[in-house]
Design a protein around this ligand. Structure first.
Ligand code: CTP
Length: 424
């Protein structure tokens, strides 16, 4: 890569998170590459030298270089060439022409112009993200620190580059907390003051962008600490007055398992546990609210419809729990059947009291699996004309098993006779 860039007389830098993490001795595979010059031309030269496919965006001067295996670049980026690193490499690299962005008004999409690496770095969020390592030719390995990133990295400070950084992009307020807590840094005093002043601007950020930022936080190992800090800085209530944080929530989130719970819970593994865990945290966040207030929070965060419905299901079930404690198993089963697994698990995880928790646990591990030995084919064989009566009879048989009214196949057959007689 260095050679190709040199041949093209193009200065090429790896910037941002990769350099920050490298200096913090936390190697990352997040390649943010900025080119002083034509990134698209460089991408084409790279693909003709190494292979792979290029897609480009002329207006933004950006190119995506896709390739099955970027393993050959590990030595160039000073990364270990072990199997895990190579497997975790993304199959694409973004090459971006250094640019200067102008925001026509706060929170708008930026207008882009070509610029130098120094200006490109100046439009970034925090000084610790402005470090650049040059990759081309004889400059390979030179560290560029135009905006004081190195000092702040050493002192553990999250500092904006200019006083309207949060006005340009209010989601940076959430990012500030993420970096502060992730690295055990501190938000620098003036930055903290600017953040407090910019709090009302959160209103202008779309639900999708807010959720996107919150999702990054929910994926972090120290999620509770981060959310607690968001609350302390009044960022949560700036998003929505009912988006609060307390010890109850912290305990529940901290107690979430590190992987999918037992298969009986019925989660779909394809979704991946990280995504499922995020959905659970959102659910726990609002499960104690009334459906109306929870809906208002979820609408603000533009939570997808299926997730929204699961959360409302969980709230409704939580409200029904006192009625279900002591009810017949068949009544509990008819309430829990057909529910989304996420809603059931949310309520199970919400409940502290053993008897109520057990009700869901027994459903999942035992009652959900109980079915009559007789099925629709048997009813047909008995000459019963198909129709809604099938469901009535099979449900009655299942309920009788669940409630202990029948315990043997003989008793089931006897009950079936009775049911057929009464139904005809
Ligand atoms: N950036 C920014 N303002 C934002 C989002 C991103 O200025 N609202 C800049 C940051 O300087 C960052 C770069 O864009 O270095 C790339 O963004 P991202 O990949 O989100 O940042 P990382 O620092 O790589 O974050 P992480 O370590 O969590 O991947």
């Amino acid at each position: 890569m260095a050679q190709v860039a040199r041949d093209q007389h193009i200065a090429i830098y790896i910037v941002g998170g990769f350099v920050r993490d490298l200096l913090l001795d936390r190697p990352s595979l997040d390649f943010d590459i900025v080119v002083e010059g034509d990134a698209i031309a460089l991408a084409r030269a790279l693909s003709s030298c190494y292979g792979g496919r290029i897609t480009s965006h002329q207006r933004f001067g950006t190119a995506k270089w896709r390739m099955k295996d970027f393993g050959f670049l590990t030595s160039e980026f000073g990364l270990p060439a072990d199997q895990t690193t190579i497997q975790n490499l993304k199959p694409e690299i973004d090459l971006i022409s250094a640019r200067t962005e102008f925001y026509t008004h706060p929170t708008a999409l930026p207008t882009v112009e070509r610029g130098s690496i120094k200006l490109d770095l100046h439009r970034r969020d925090f000084t610790i993200n402005t470090l650049a390592l040059r990759l081309d030719g004889r400059h390979y390995g030179d560290l560029y620190d135009y905006w004081g990133g190195l000092t702040d990295l050493r002192q553990g400070l999250v500092r904006v580059l200019h006083s309207i950084s949060f006005v340009d992009d209010p989601t940076r307020m959430l990012r500030a907390v993420r970096f502060e807590q992730r690295f055990d840094f501190e938000i620098e005093d003036r930055t903290c003051q600017l953040l407090q002043e910019a709090l009302p601007l959160i209103h202008r950020v779309s639900g999708d962008r807010l959720r996107h930022e919150l999702n990054h936080i929910l994926d972090e190992p120290c999620v509770c600490q981060m959310i607690e800090r968001l609350a302390e800085l009044r960022l949560l209530t700036a998003i929505h007055p009912d988006l609060t944080w307390d010890a109850w929530l912290c305990d529940r989130v901290a107690a979430l398992p590190g992987q999918f719970p037992a298969p009986e819970w019925g989660f779909l593994a394809e979704q991946g546990w990280a995504a499922a865990k995020r959905e659970l945290i959102y659910a726990l966040w609002v499960v104690r609210l009334t459906p109306e207030r929870a809906s208002s929070v979820l609408t603000r965060l533009k939570v997808p419809r299926h997730q929204f419905d699961q959360i409302l299901e969980a709230i409704a079930l939580l409200n029904d729990i006192p009625r279900l404690v002591g009810a017949h198993p068949s009544e509990i089963v008819s309430r829990l059947d057909g529910m989304h697994p996420m809603a059931r698990f949310t309520v199970y995880h919400t409940l502290a009291e053993e008897q109520s928790r057990n009700l869901i646990w027994i459903y999942v591990t035992r009652w959900a699996k109980i079915t009559p030995t007789i099925n629709g084919n048997d009813l047909q064989a008995r000459g019963l004309p198909p129709g809604p009566v099938y469901r009535t009879i099979l449900t009655a048989l299942r309920n009788a098993w669940l409630d202990g009214e029948i315990n043997t196949v003989e008793a089931e057959c006897a009950l079936l006779e009775k049911l057929i007689t009464t139904s005809s």
